[in-house]
Design a protein around this ligand. Structure first.
Ligand code: NDP
Length: 477
């Protein structure tokens, strides 16, 4: 046997303690939902993990009414210091159950255990701790002397970071004194329901947090409910626009965190090995199912060939396969629908004349997988340069001057994130000032921190999540 091959290092699936069935969480208890139950699938095997009860329109009404009662009677009148105790408690229990949650997230979503263990779960705990710290200091957040909660928040989240996105909504909503009704994605409802269990274990008063699994119709009912004061949505630009149209003129508050097509700009003076790591992380982290993924590499023409070689050599070393294996770099695509979308988008790249390169890594025989893929010879007009693929597919464009790099980076309807790689600080800052993106990383990529606001420009949405300024979206100031 080749002494340099990896031995399998699988984490045990039994750590997740997956139950045969799960139910919606309304008014402090798990209840039978009136909707048609759904089956959630492990995308790495396509086997059913569990049956999940879903919410009917009446359940949505009940959950919103419970959230309203809790807002008026318990959570709203409670002092910030008291609210903080609950959030700290939830954060601690979440951290204690981190191994179970990481395995459950990997089973339900398909992401590598290394990512759920090292990124999703710890970042979720960090967001809870961060916001718990704000709960009694809102008057000192610089947002006004007497910030007040909005009321009931309706949150709808996607499947790419199920637990983390749930916490991104719940933590600021609760810290600022609001109550919440959360709709997780249809294909990844499990960790949000375990989070509800954790909240109950932490003694969170009934109705403060409600979790309603279901499909888009449940999301639509939550977002459109007339007694919801604020909607926080993360997902596709199309659905975001639809929600925006429905809320227009109602006076109800809205934040939208939508798609992206981020440019990762590599100048010829960049530390190339470091930039290769950042570009690989930017697009292959979480199978490329990341709204801020660096899906367009803009590389300076003079180093394009050398950089391409280094990049391909590095991508060849990525291991695609069993998400529970601790050696896996790229896991399973979350759903058959998403896999079909990626296949179609890659075919569009071929049809438009881009040159496809695919890693030769072996793919598992079963399950939903797509190999790391790079398109070169990409023109700005091509679909692979313009549309969000949301998969492990990188489009490479070149530029000659910083001005051209900025023009190409901004030639997109989106504006969520960008990366800049250069040895020269003044060039990095010059570029960062001109790139129209909510988050700009310099000589790094995909850094997430609860103290740093995150959000987009243009079709990537509006409003910021995280940081001091993220509190503003949940307050009358
Ligand atoms: P969606 O925007 O459809 O899903 C996000 C959430 O909204 C899910 O909980 C979904 O429910 C719910 N939803 C669906 N329709 C409605 C509606 N009419 N009103 C209110 N809520 C609704 O994204 P998809 O999962 O369909 O992904 C499609 C594409 O969107 C991806 O290929 C990717 O390009 C992009 N995307 C971007 C994300 C980002 O973070 N920027 C995240 C996810 C997707 P359900 O799960 O049942 O569909």
């Amino acid at each position: 046997m080749d002494p340099w091959t990896y031995a399998p290092a699988p984490e045990s699936a039994s750590l997740a303690e997956v139950a045969p069935s799960y139910r919606p969480f309304v008014d402090g208890a798990f209840v039978d939902g009136g909707g048609e139950p759904l089956k959630t699938v492990n995308p790495a095997t396509e086997e059913v993990l569990a049956e999940v009860g879903t919410a009917s329109p009446q359940d949505v009404d009940r959950a919103v009414a419970a959230a309203r009662r809790a807002y008026e009677k318990t959570w709203g009148p409670m002092s910030g210091a008291e609210r903080a105790k609950y959030l700290f408690r939830i954060a601690r229990v979440l951290a204690e159950r981190s191994r179970e949650l990481a395995v459950l997230e990997t089973l339900d979503n398909g992401k590598p255990i290394r990512e759920s263990r090292d990124v999703d779960v710890p970042t979720a705990a960090a967001h809870l701790f961060h916001h718990a710290g704000w709960a009694d200091k809102l008057a000192f957040a610089g947002l006004g002397p007497d910030p007040r909660p909005l009321g009931v928040v309706g949150a709808v989240i996607p499947w790419n970071f199920p637990l983390l996105m749930a916490v991104w909504k719940i933590a600021p909503a609760l810290a600022t004194g609001n109550t919440i009704v959360l709709k997780p994605a249809e294909t990844t409802p499990l960790t949000a329901l375990v989070l509800a269990e954790i909240a109950a274990e932490a003694g969170l008063p009934a109705g403060v947090l409600n979790v309603l699994p279901g499909a888009g119709d449940v999301g639509s009912a939550v977002a459109g409910h007339s007694d919801v004061d604020k909607v926080a949505f993360t997902g596709s630009t199309d659905v975001g626009k639809e929600i925006g149209r429905r809320l227009a003129g109602t006076g109800r508050r809205l934040t939208l965190e939508l798609g992206g097509k981020a440019a990762n700009i590599v100048y010829d003076d960049a530390p190339l090995d470091q930039a290769v790591e950042g570009v690989v992380d930017g697009i292959f982290f979480n199978q490329g199912h990341v709204c801020c993924a660096g899906s367009r590499l803009l590389v300076q023409e003079s180093i394009a060939e050398e950089f391409g070689e280094l990049l391909r050599a590095r991508i060849e070393t990525l291991r695609v396969g069993d998400p529970l294996d601790k050696n896996t770099d790229v896991g399973a695509i979350n759903s058959r629908v998403q896999l079909d979308r990626i296949v179609d988008m890659a075919a569009a790249g071929d049809a438009e004349g881009a040159v496809r390169w695919t890693s030769s890594c072996p793919l598992p025989e079963r399950g939903l997988f797509f190999p790391p893929t790079v398109f070169t010879g990409v023109e700005q007009s091509m679909r692979v340069a313009r549309e969000e693929i949301f998969g492990p597919v990188l489009s490479v464009l070149t530029f000659r001057t910083p001005t051209e790099a900025v023009a190409k980076a901004n030639n997109t309807p989106y504006g969520l994130s960008a990366g800049i790689w250069t040895d020269k600080g003044s060039k990095a800052l010059w570029t960062a000032q001109r790139v129209r993106a909510g988050v700009v990383w310099i000589n790094t990529f995909n850094r997430f921190d609860p103290t740093a606001p995150f959000g987009g420009y243009r079709e990537s949405g509006f409003g910021r999540e995280g940081g001091r300024i993220g509190l503003d979206a949940y307050l009358h100031v």
